[in-house]
Design a protein around this ligand. Structure first.
Ligand SMILES: [Mg+2]
Length: 230
């Protein structure tokens, strides 16, 4: 059995931690007199970023840089560095593994599953999160978009995961996002399990075989399906 697992908003509260970082940035921008950037954030123009590829491939410092470039033509290196450090510090001090994540990963191990992390963003940032959250050792392999050059909007990384474990015919994917995790899982014939949490939880999924409220339920679904296939 092969189980592909998403990281952000599936195993940890990335969206929540990112929101705290943005909030923490607001008083900083006021103090620095950067009102255009402040307005950009308050009017939520950054939502247009959400569908962009860069959010899935770039590092946090590059995202902060790109954001400021969108609002101003140029920002000093010193200002950017200050903003990045503030965002990074706030992000990691608010980042948590969801309470059901460890039991989920241990439960998968117990039933003999190979577990592959399949995640979008830069190598440095994703590995830093794994290190900080102490999650790395649960995985048989890590597939990170910043390392393969393909995001989960494309089938490449899903096919790669399948090829890494050619003997495993029973494949599951667990993630929070329909148009990447679930759709990608379908590309390789996986059973797709959507966990409703994080930023995308209110969207209607199109590619999910199962919709669950947490990882405890996701594990039950996998065990049930596994038994059925005998
Ligand atoms: Mg996610």
């Amino acid at each position: 059995m092969l189980v592909l697992v998403d990281l952000d908003d599936t195993l940890c509260n990335t969206w929540e931690a990112a929101r705290w970082s943005v909030l923490r940035l607001l008083p900083h921008l006021i103090r620095k007199g950067k009102f255009k950037a402040l307005l950009y954030i308050l009017t939520q123009r950054y939502e247009e970023l959400e569908q962009s590829r860069e959010l899935h491939l770039l590092d946090l410092d590059e995202l902060v840089g790109n954001f400021m470039e969108r609002v101003y033509k140029s920002t000093s290196e010193k200002d950017l560095k200050e903003m990045f450090e503030l965002v990074d510090k706030t992000f990691f001090s608010n980042l948590r593994v969801y309470p059901d994540a460890i039991d989920f990963l241990k439960g998968l191990k117990e039933i003999g599953a190979k577990i592959v992390l399949i995640t979008d963003s830069s190598s440095e940032w994703q590995r830093k999160k794994l290190e900080y959250l102490n999650l790395k050792d649960y995985f048989d392999s890590l597939i990170i978009s910043g390392e393969t050059g393909y995001s989960k909007f494309e089938p490449y990384n899903f096919i790669l995961a399948k090829r890494m474990f050619p003997k495993e015919r029973e494949i599951y994917i667990v993630g929070d996002r329909d148009d990447t995790d679930m759709r990608g899982g379908k590309e390789i014939g996986a059973t797709t399990i959507l966990v409703r949490r994080g930023y995308f939880k209110s969207l209607m999924p199109k590619h999910a075989d199962y919709i669950v409220k947490d990882l405890k339920e996701a594990l039950e679904v996998i065990k049930h399906e596994h038994k059925k296939r005998g």
